[in-house]
Design a protein around this ligand. Structure first.
Ligand code: FAD
Length: 345
């Protein structure tokens, strides 16, 4: 992952309607009910909801809010968890399983309510998520998803091969389904808006404040940075796949996978009418999936699961080329036009 300069040059930094919040580095020592390490969606959502419940909360972030995956993803809002409802009920029993699929299925509505409540300007679009199917395995997956969610009252439908091609602009998928709960956001603007909401509620957020040590101090925790410390009753590690060394064994439980994203220059009106013209976002059924969408400025953003380490970079670019080629082949035929240069979100 790059530095502050790379981040500032990236697409999402250039198109965010929400400004970066002012969060000076932590100095000195202070008490708090809860110290949260990391200011992505996990840390900021935890901070926001704990603060609303009355807790005194400090967030410590190594760089700036949204610097991690929350400010660099493709911004697809997708309902549900990795497993479909029936599988969750089989794995955890009818009660806990049903609770899990309800929570996962309600994720988009919860997010949309949060965006409205705090007036977050993150280009929210709620036209649905399309999951195009790859091969027979993909068709079985989308059929199971569509059937199980439809039985539970969700607005979704199976799509034929032709309908997927028409709705996405990509030929070659075997079929698919659309889940109307899904949508798209500008991911960095969402993170910044959440940080702004936290500050307005009285959460303290400190950027450039990497936590370097976590130690017991009586019944509390000492959460240290190079120049400061928070003494907290509870600590939340919201550091995603970054190996901080703060908790024994945590690093070993994580296998980082490096997905890639590229963005085109804004497409012509002609091409915008051919690629996801209904405003949906899309990600396919492959285990290492491909995802693509247009943002509200007309940039085509696409990517996929990348490599396990930087040595695999050539495979990343080859994968990118294949995805891009497939996405554009049909549009080019239909519209005689190609998208512009690639950039990096
Ligand atoms: C390319 C890509 C595309 C994706 N697309 C989607 C999508 O379309 N839809 C979707 O729902 N999900 C998507 N995801 C996943 C999603 O982005 C993540 O699940 C989510 O952002 C995780 O949020 P987080 O707050 O847990 O972690 P992060 O946003 O990564 O935040 C962790 C933070 O911890 C900070 N930190 C690390 N170490 C320390 C330390 N020692 N002290 C202080 N701070 C520290 C980091 O600087 C970082 O800001 C995508 C991910 C990637 C990479």
């Amino acid at each position: 992952m790059g530095d502050h300069q790379d981040f500032a040059r990236a697409l999402w930094s250039g198109t965010s309607a929400e400004d970066a919040v002012d969060c000076p580095p932590m100095e000195g020592e202070r008490r708090a009910d809860v110290a949260i390490v990391g200011a992505g969606y996990t840390g900021l959502s935890t901070a926001l909801h704990l603060r609303e419940a009355g807790a005194d909360v400090v967030v410590l972030e190594a760089r700036e809010p949204g610097w991690g995956a929350s400010g660099r993803n493709v911004g697809q809002v997708i309902a549900g968890l990795k497993y479909e409802p029936e599988e969750l009920e089989r794995m955890f029993g009818p009660e806990t399983g049903a609770h899990l699929w309800r929570v996962g299925g309600g994720g988009p509505d919860m997010l949309y309510a949060l965006i409205r409540r705090f007036g977050i300007r993150c280009d929210l679009v709620n036209e649905g998520w399309i999951q195009p199917a790859v091969g027979d395995r993909g068709l079985r997956m989308v059929a199971a998803g569509a059937e199980q969610w439809a039985e539970r009252g969700v607005a979704c439908e199976l799509l034929s091969r032709d309908r997927v091609a028409e709705m996405t602009g990509v030929a070659g998928y075997a079929g698919g389904w659309i889940d109307r709960r899904g949508g798209g956001v500008q991911p960095l603007a969402l993170t910044r808006g959440m940080a702004r909401a936290c500050l307005d509620l009285g959460v303290a957020i400190h950027g450039d404040s990497a936590v370097t040590a976590l130690a017991r101090e009586g019944t509390r925790w000492r959460v240290s940075t190079a120049r400061s410390a928070v003494i907290a009753d509870t600590v939340v590690l919201a550091t995603n796949a970054y190996d901080t060394g703060l908790w024994p064994g945590l690093g070993r439980s994580i296998v980082p996978v490096r997905p890639f994203l590229v963005a085109s220059a804004p497409l012509s009106a002609n091409l915008r009418g051919a690629i996801l013209p209904g405003g949906q976002v899309a990600s396919d059924t492959k285990r290492l999936l491909s995802f693509f969408r247009l943002d509200t400025k007309g940039h085509l953003i696409l990517g996929g699961r990348g490599a396990l380490n930087h040595a695999h970079a050539p495979h990343i670019h080859a994968g990118c080329g294949r995805t891009r080629g497939r996405a554009f082949r049909r549009s080019r035929r239909a519209h005689g036009n190609t998208p512009g240069r690639a950039g990096s979100p």
